[in-house]
Design a protein around this ligand. Structure first.
Ligand SMILES: *Cc1c(COP(=O)(O)O)cnc(C)c1O
Length: 397
């Protein structure tokens, strides 16, 4: 594993805030104002055209939102950041900023369900060619990139089967063919993985998940070089998928504990995945931290920890899932992930609700696959909870 950067724990608490804490406030204030007043019309003009620092109108920029962007920028070690109303807005706005009719995208089959829909439904309408490779088949992906493409889009670990792609290896090839490399870093968070340092050009997050961590605010964020991020910012400011200041505030507050949460969630996920792997009613466990995970070594190389997400399937498939999941006491059966509370759900109603049963099958997602987002609860409590729920299953069958 790469050496852990002790700075991150401090940065989650302090980064990106100082400049915004007006009136000596110890916390970043929520600025709800839609517009900003200027008596000096020349100065107003300078701010409006970007020659002076300041804010004009809420669709473009807002101080609370800027503070959130600065915090993520620091954590990812990036030059610039911009934000969005949701993670999907970050993904769609970024893709639509750079793609033109006739362009080609190379990606993986296992992207988040919404992203997969953009690839299968919306981009082909614009005459954009999409090639989706088997996730983890690096040789095939490299072959496709070498045929020429403008964007290589990665997500690692993936949702919900936690497959791993070697970012450095793919980015090297993409660079030689002048393709932009975009990585969805939602599952790893900047605490465990920094794709920019591995050669990616742009990194995005659904801030709704781990960054916020409390399942009470939607948001998306993109980081990268100033030149690239400014292009996407321009697209977003005109098209309007702006992050709300109150959501930005909740995300900033949530991020103060990001480092603590992610390591606790990783610890819980690691122990629970190991426990479930030995359980007779459990058919399969997918977690990059398990030694038999097909790309365990790559994960170990490019991540500082394996993350709080895993998935598993039960002997007895979906019928068993319907018996077992409702029994859990310490789990929200819900569509989100990355929250302080443990959150569970079948892939067919969570990450891949947008996909048809045939599409899920083609993606290798069994109908009975359970996505488990480990919370920050006590490990023994979570283990006993699973044990109790699985016991109900054994009695029933
Ligand atoms: C949830 C999620 C998204 C979409 O984010 P929203 O904030 O729900 O729009 C994108 N990528 C991954 C990996 C996700 O888990």
């Amino acid at each position: 594993m790469k050496e852990r950067q002790p700075k991150l724990a401090t940065e989650t608490v302090w980064a990106g805030e100082e400049k915004y804490r007006v009136h000596g406030a110890s916390q970043v204030p929520v600025v709800h104002s839609v517009a900003y007043t200027y008596d000096d019309l020349d100065y107003w003009y300078e701010v409006a055209v970007g020659q002076a620092e300041g804010h004009i109108y809420g669709r473009n920029t807002n101080p609370t939102v800027s503070s959130f962007e600065d915090k993520v920028k620091e954590l990812e070690g990036a030059e610039a950041a911009t934000s969005f109303s949701t993670g999907m807005a970050a993904i769609s706005n970024t893709l639509l900023t750079f793609l033109r009719p006739g362009d080609r995208v190379v990606s993986i089959k296992d992207t988040y369900g919404g992203t997969n829909k953009i690839f299968s439904e919306f981009l082909p309408r614009l005459n954009i060619d999409i090639t989706l490779c088997e996730t983890g088949d690096h040789e095939h992906m490299i072959e496709e990139i070498e045929k020429g493409c403008s964007i290589v889009y990665l997500e690692t670990p993936t949702n919900p089967t936690v497959k791993i792609t070697d970012i450095e290896r793919i980015a090297d090839v993409a660079k030689n063919h002048n393709a932009l490399v975009i990585v969805d870093n939602t599952f790893a968070t900047p605490i465990l993985q920094n794709p920019l340092q591995l050669g990616a050009d742009l990194v995005l997050h659904s801030a709704t998940k781990f960054l916020g961590g409390h399942a009470d605010a939607l948001g998306g964020v993109l980081v990268g070089s100033k030149a690239l991020v400014e292009e996407v910012y321009h697209y977003r400011e005109i098209n309007g998928a702006t992050l709300d200041p109150m959501a930005a505030y909740l995300l900033i507050r949530g991020m103060k504990t990001l480092h603590l949460r992610v390591y606790k969630q990783t610890e819980n996920a690691t122990k629970l995945a190991e426990y479930l792997k030995k359980h007779p009613m459990v058919e399969n466990v997918f977690y990059p931290g398990l030694k038999d995970h097909p790309n365990h070594d790559i994960a170990k190389q490019q991540m500082r920890g394996f993350g709080g997400m895993f998935s598993f399937s039960l002997v007895g498939g979906m019928d068993a899932v319907k018996v077992m999941l409702p029994k859990l006491k310490y789990a929200n059966r819900a569509a989100n992930l990355g929250a302080v509370e443990t959150t569970v759900g079948p892939a067919r109603t969570t990450s891949h609700v947008e996909s048809t049963p045939e599409e899920r099958k083609a993606l290798g997602i069994p109908d009975g696959l359970i996505r488990y987002s480990a919370g920050i609860e006590d490990f023994e409590d979570l283990k006993e909870d699973l044990e109790m729920a699985l016991k109900a299953l054994t009695v029933k069958q």
